[in-house]
Design a protein around this ligand. Structure first.
Ligand SMILES: [Zn+2]
Length: 305
């Protein structure tokens, strides 16, 4: 009984803490022992931290100090779904996007790029959607050709990208064009790119169609989803000492691996009914992200004095 009361009290403490946190943007300093999940904290900031720009930690367990905003519109891009406030990133990612959008504008039928989620103002785990996109080095780019760069805010909330997949991602559909191939080739050819995620049918299609240099195909990795957009992940910039790179993709163009994915989509391997259930991922608490990210949470807003 006493234990129940203690539990009840700590539940109320947590509830009071979280509700205060949402109103006063966290008057008490946050520590690695603060309760709840990383998303409960990072999701509350509408402004970046007043710090030099730096990605900290890993793509799925980190944060972004001194986030920079991708302007909502530029000569060759528009950021989509502005209400999410996820058009923040490291300056290297913003530079990458500006340059890629200029290349996209040279493609037939494209005036540039429609750009989906980058990161939250302070990066970190998001309230909904992605596991990664935490360090300001990941971005989703729409498959829909950007044919109109004068979309209003409301239009950017409401229009949808297009899916390019057929047969659950084993093949591309009729909306796939040579321009998509060229765009993904440009996207992967920038040496700052770590890898790009796209559905398996698209990778196999590009493997078949590429008649020139195939080095860039190594960076294109088959993955679940990713048929309305492709996901570009940049390497840690050289001076980002707190940023954790992931293992580089295996050597080679990765085309046979993509073909295996396709085979498994068309003929899914039978599941062993006795196989142990995969364990659910433990919650991402503040203990599990680098200490420097706690400093990002406690830092003042960039526009404060
Ligand atoms: Zn993504």
């Amino acid at each position: 009984m006493v234990r129940r009361i203690v539990n009840l009290i700590s539940f109320f403490n947590l509830a009071i803490f979280l509700s205060c946190a949402s109103f006063s943007v966290l008057a008490a300093p946050i520590s690695q022992d603060s309760p709840g999940e990383a998303r409960d904290y990072f999701g509350k900031f509408s402004r970046p931290s007043k710090q030099p720009s730096s990605p900290i930690g890993g793509y799925s367990f980190g944060c972004l100090a001194g986030g920079q905003v991708l302007p909502e519109s530029g000569p060759t891009w528009q950021a989509m779904r502005l209400s999410r406030n996820r058009n923040w990133g490291h300056p290297v990612l913003l530079d990458y996007l500006v340059k890629l959008s200029e290349k996209a504008a040279e493609l037939r039928g494209w005036k540039g790029l429609y750009i989906g989620d980058l990161a939250q103002p302070r990066g970190g785990q998001m309230v909904s959607g992605h596991a990664s996109h935490q360090t300001g080095l990941d971005v989703d780019i729409w498959m829909l050709p950007a044919s109109n760069l004068n979309l209003t805010r409301t239009e950017r909330e409401n229009i949808s990208s297009i899916s390019l997949r057929k047969s659950r991602g084993a093949y591309v559909n009729d909306s796939w064009t040579k321009e998509h191939h060229k765009l993904l080739r440009s996207a992967a050819s920038d040496p700052r790119v770590e890898r790009i995620f796209v559905f398996p049918g698209a990778k196999v299609k590009m493997c078949k169609d590429e008649k020139g240099n195939r080095d860039w195909l190594r960076k294109i990795r088959p993955w679940y989803g990713h048929h309305y957009h492709f996901h570009v992940r940049l390497k840690c910039p050289n001076d980002a000492t707190e940023c954790e790179n992931q293992h580089p993709p295996p050597l080679g163009d990765g085309c046979s691996e993509a073909e295996k994915w396709v085979k498994n989509i068309l003929n899914p391997p039978k599941r062993d009914p006795n196989a142990p259930k995969p364990k659910p991922k433990p919650p991402l608490t503040l203990k599990r992200i680098p200490e420097q990210c706690i400093a990002v949470l406690n830092a003042p807003d960039v526009n404060s004095n």
